[in-house]
Design a protein. Structure first.
Length: 330
């Protein structure tokens, strides 16, 4: 089958490791299901894999991709099991609870230990297969896996926000930040967003942000929580912007992971710093219900046609001028 994969790893030039070509189809495995892929999205995780972060050269070739929407190939047994031909989305964390793997297997995301989703067919534990929200297109549903689940978990678990709370989302434009804007707005939060880019600030307002400010600008008031995925470039602003007793929920550090910690401010103001990586299967199920009930449609930056367009899609991600998700439609 055709697939997008890391042929090796290259820290300095990740796109040099990217390949499109034939790879083996998933083999039948007890308690796993196969889907025929219809669309996948590109994530920073894919770029990091090409750089060798979490993926060693001896593990290559490795099919990339951590999100997918597609059509289920065979029935999933059980009273509430999905049927062959159903449109489905995938929870792509494996090993967190023993479903489909040996007891005690460490957690991984597809494309780390098991082949990823950027292929004509992909296999996951059957418990990880969910019906696609009926209100979403195939392209929109492809966005829900990594970024949207991470944003959901950051807001409602790590930060613990409630309707009426205020939140600052650093760095408008990325997949997590755009998802967080849309989810926070739908949940009744006051949403502040920052970006260096005027056009991205305007788009953030269209998605439901109450105010969009220059990176580092003083907020109208301190917030109960900060959603932080930028890292070194915004950390100091995040620490200064959260109220005493508030939370900084962090899922990444795209500008570097070694900022000045500002520990005095953190302990003196009782600020809680909470890390988060994606979310649980139950979180994913709640996210899907929320998206359908609230009729939320993920922001899509661009759509590329066919797996052969992967190099162009990846180059756009590396360039960084993105607002929402980059999707490859099969």
């Amino acid at each position: 089958m055709k697939a997008v994969y890391a042929s090796t790893v290259n820290h300095d030039d990740p796109l040099a490791s990217l390949a499109v070509g034939e790879q083996s189809e998933p083999q039948p495995r007890q308690y796993w299901s196969t889907i025929t892929t219809r669309a996948v999205s590109v994530n920073h995780h894919d770029i990091w894999s090409l750089q060798g972060v979490g993926l060693a050269a001896e593990q290559t070739p490795m099919i990339l991709g951590t999100d997918a929407v597609g059509v289920l190939d065979e029935d999933i047994p059980g009273k509430h099991g999905l049927k062959a031909g159903s449109e489905v989305v995938l929870y792509t964390v494996v090993g967190s609870d023993g479903n489909g793997v040996a007891p005690g297997e460490k957690r991984s995301i597809l494309s780390e230990r098991y082949p990823g989703t950027m292929a004509e067919k992909v296999a996951v534990p059957s418990a990880n297969v969910f019906a696609k929200p009926a209100n979403l297109t195939t392209v929109e549903a492809a966005a829900l896996g990594t970024s949207w689940l991470t944003a959901y978990s950051l807001l409602f678990n790590a930060a613990g926000v409630k309707p009426g709370d205020s939140v600052l989302i650093q760095g408008a434009g990325g997949g997590v930040s755009t998802a967080a804007i849309q989810l926070a707005h739908a949940a009744g939060l006051e949403v502040f967003v920052t970006s260096r880019n005027e056009a991205k600030r305007a788009k953030a307002l269209e998605l439901g942000a109450d105010a969009a400010l220059e990176t580092g600008a003083r907020l109208p008031r301190k917030v109960g929580a900060v959603i932080e995925s930028v890292g070194a470039a915004t950390w100091s602003h995040s620490v200064k912007s959260v109220r005493p007793g508030g939370t900084i929920a962090i899922c990444g550090a795209t500008t570097g992971d070694q900022p000045g910690a500002e520990l005095t401010r953190v302990f003196f103001q009782d600020i809680r710093v909470q890390g988060s990586t994606m979310g649980s299967r139950e979180d994913f199920a709640r996210l899907l219900r929320f998206v359908q009930i609230a009729d939320i449609h993920p922001a899509i930056d661009s759509v590329f046609s066919g797996l052969d367009a992967a190099p162009e899609a990846f180059a756009k991600m590396v360039a960084g001028d993105v607002f929402g998700k980059i999707v490859i439609e099969l």
